[in-house]
Design a protein around this ligand. Sequence first.
Ligand code: NAD
Length: 283
Amino acid sequence: ALESSYADGQHASAQINVYERGEKIMDFSGKVAVVTGGANGIGRAVSLGFAHRGARVVVVDRDAEAGAAVAAEIGSAAIFHQADVTQSGDVLGYVEAALNAFGAIDCFHNNAGIEGRVAPTAEYDEAVFDAVMAVNVKGAFLGLRHVLPVMIRQQRGAVVNTASIAGLVGTAGMPAYVASKHAVIGMTKVAAGEVGPLGIRVNAICPGPITTRMVQDIAKQVSPNNPEGVEERYAALIPLRRYGTAEEVANLVLFLCSDLASNITGAQYVVDGGRTAAPVGVS
Ligand code: NAD
């Protein structure tokens, strides 16, 4: 039945029959991927994942040392471009660098983000609020603002914005971060509606706690004397009873950028070990 539904070839350009072309699924040969926040954590895993599956990769980050190391690990299929995503000149810079080096932007992982401080809203520092909004909201906006025109010219492309489960539910003590990630989901829906008619897809991912520097920093803020204890307590609220890895998030990003996700746009996907679905039980 599945084969016959694809047999007329009517939708062949948009759809991939995984049974016929199994070995080709999530193959990014000939594609160019740009990953912001690509030097560390989730962005690093996504950069390596794209390269492993045949893409040429532009690693974008303000952390020059770690960013250059990721590009070196990939080799000639990658370049590192240093940029602060809050500065439109820097964003134009990484777009130009991608086009100069590889001639196109097929996949864009709009991922750079910061967590800010952990403090209640009633005590939250205004400057920290502005800093979180600058990276997580304005940085994501500027990425869309300057990458979408390239994709519109190309008439193709896929974008994944990194939101968070903090874009779906509140977390006491993280007002700026939660607000910023709700905004990322909002921008995702708007952009998806705008560029959908051209076949360009825009989705958001919502990771739960993932074992990167960011989560370690939050744990140190919450419990400076026993950061490991924070992970233990929090993991107990997750159905899978553990934090996720950056590679597990990368798998979702690659899927959403691939042709397997050809009918998926304007959506937000949770990758959180079940944290938001069933945080507490009664038995
Ligand atoms: P990370 O700190 O390991 O990586 C973030 C990267 O972004 C770093 O390389 C950093 O240098 C870069 N960056 C920060 N500000 C920048 C700026 N202004 N310009 C350019 N680069 C900048 O953390 P991560 O966990 O890999 O975070 C990646 C994304 O995933 C973030 O958007 C974060 O909010 C999101 N996220 C993380 C988790 C988690 O549990 N780790 C959960 C949900 C969402």
